[in-house]
Design a protein around this ligand. Structure first.
Ligand SMILES: [Zn+2]
Length: 100
């Protein structure tokens, strides 16, 4: 039975893609997470680098270019803003020194 995705903020479907590199941190990105199962990135789609939390956009060559939250259509901007905020919080937590 296929699981319904009722909340786009908590349910993502991850699929492998051909390797791309973040233009900001050069992290290798070879998978994407989409709200809809079976979706693959297309020219003009936005994404967020899992490593540096930069907002990126697939160009005509399907490489990633630096973009901004303001470039994202308003109906999706809040979702991306939450992803960026969450990734930056993870980076902050990871960079904290751990108690011995
Ligand atoms: Zn990056």
């Amino acid at each position: 039975m296929k699981r319904k995705t009722s909340n786009p903020f908590t349910h993502f479907h991850t699929s492998r893609t051909s390797p791309k590199w973040c233009p900001v941190c050069f992290h290798k990105l070879d998978s994407v997470s989409c709200v809809t199962a079976g979706e693959v990135p297309r020219v003009g789609d936005f994404t967020v680098c899992i490593e540096c939390a930069s907002v990126l956009r697939f160009n005509a060559m399907m490489d990633m270019e630096l973009s901004t939250l303001e470039d994202i259509p308003t109906h999706s901007r809040m979702l991306f803003a939450r992803m960026v905020t969450t990734l930056k919080e993870l980076q902050r937590v990871r960079s904290k020194p751990r108690p011995n």
